[in-house]
Design a protein. Structure first.
Length: 369
């Protein structure tokens, strides 16, 4: 099995910034509503449990990287499943990355159309995000890492602006605790894991990251905790601001919460936050578009990088345009994403993790001989 070019190209801090911005995408604006619909006021509990499970998956990714040194996601798939099944699984990930990119693009277009530019054709909004993402990933992994690092400070700025939500917060809205059913908690955990499922992308970046396995483990656990607590912070402030009677009827509670906030410096904090959020929408979209490009590059005779990127971009743009035509089409995209996400972010990673132990046993036998 030919290994990828694994000369380290990114630092641990750059890996951390890539991971954060891959995780914090569209869901940050509506996760509070989705969790409340499933679990009620106990949504934050499901978030914590789901976050803990996501850390387990992050550790699995690092372990797989340790057992398959120098191999990226698609090399690992072929090493674990064999060439034929590995290529089939690789194509499956190509579809998965495309579907997530389509979801991110359509969600971005819908939000910007609703809040900022209602008269702008949706296709123009799609093209703006797509061109930004293409510029980011066309320079390769090193440029991606630098762009993500440059925008990392935005998470801190948004976190500070969310403090305005505490002005009218009533923490009594979080009570009573522990009223949801077991099935509701499980559904809330599932929603959380899906929102944090960008850990799959780590197998694209870990082989190219400087540092030991121990350093990578510490960095990624710390990074994932930052994302989890940022989500927790967002959910709690939304719950405390709106309460159970209102939050289920608010599609983007974070923005509506900030809409009434008053500041001497910033007139419309909600619009300002949405403008900052578009950066996270772009970086998350770019990460998945990069994943699709890497998957397409595994196809024989598809070694021209820009051709791979443009092919993935055209598919994403065409399906997103179809999705943006009406609500039913968008719903179809989301439903399809929910179906395949379970397989490519839970089942296959677990299977790769289990098979990695066989790899370690084989290595021990070879060493003994």
């Amino acid at each position: 099995m030919a290994k990828s070019d694994t000369n380290p190209k990114i630092t641990l801090s750059q890996l951390s910034y890539i991971f954060i911005q891959s995780q914090v995408g569209v869901d940050i604006l509506n996760l509070s509503t989705v969790l409340h619909k499933e679990v009620g006021a106990d949504g934050w509990i499901s978030l914590l449990i789901g976050g803990a499970i996501s850390i387990v998956f992050v550790l699995m990714m690092v372990h797989i990287n340790k057992c398959y040194p120098g191999e990226g996601l698609f090399d690992v798939l072929r090493s674990s499943f064999g060439k034929t099944l590995g290529n089939v699984a690789g194509f499956g990930y190509y579809v998965y990355f495309l579907v997530v990119a389509i979801y991110l693009l359509t969600s971005y277009g819908e939000l910007i159309n609703q809040w900022l530019l209602p008269e702008t054709p949706i296709m123009v909004l799609y093209l703006l995000l797509l061109i930004s993402a293409l510029y980011t990933i066309s320079g390769g992994l090193t440029v991606i890492a630098k762009v993500f690092t440059f925008f990392a400070v935005i998470l801190f700025v948004i976190s500070v602006l969310f403090l305005f939500g505490f002005v009218e917060a009533k923490f009594i809205y979080l009570l009573p605790i522990g009223q949801a059913s077991l099935s509701a908690y499980i559904e809330g955990i599932r929603v959380t894991i899906y929102s944090l499922s960008s850990y799959v992308l780590l197998l694209l970046f870990l082989p190219y990251t400087q540092g030991s396995i121990k350093q990578k483990t510490k960095t990624l656990i710390g990074t994932n905790l930052i994302v989890i607590f940022f989500y927790l912070y967002t959910v709690i402030v939304s719950y405390a601001h709106f309460g159970s009677d209102q939050i289920e009827h608010v599609s983007q509670p974070v923005l509506y919460m900030l809409r009434t906030a008053d500041s001497v410096i910033i007139t419309r904090i909600d619009i300002f936050v949405l403008s900052l959020w578009t950066v996270f929408a772009m970086t998350a979209f770019a990460a998945y578009l990069y994943g699709a490009e890497r998957a397409f590059a595994q196809i024989p005779k598809s070694k021209k990088k820009m051709l791979n990127i443009y092919t993935a971009s055209i598919i994403v743009l065409a399906v997103s345009f179809w999705g943006g035509l009406n609500e039913e089409n968008i719903r179809s995209i989301i439903d399809f994403q929910d179906v395949i996400t379970e397989y490519f972010t839970i089942y296959i990673p677990i299977l790769l993790f289990l098979l990695s132990f066989l790899r370690r046993k084989d290595k021990k036998k070879e060493a003994a001989q």
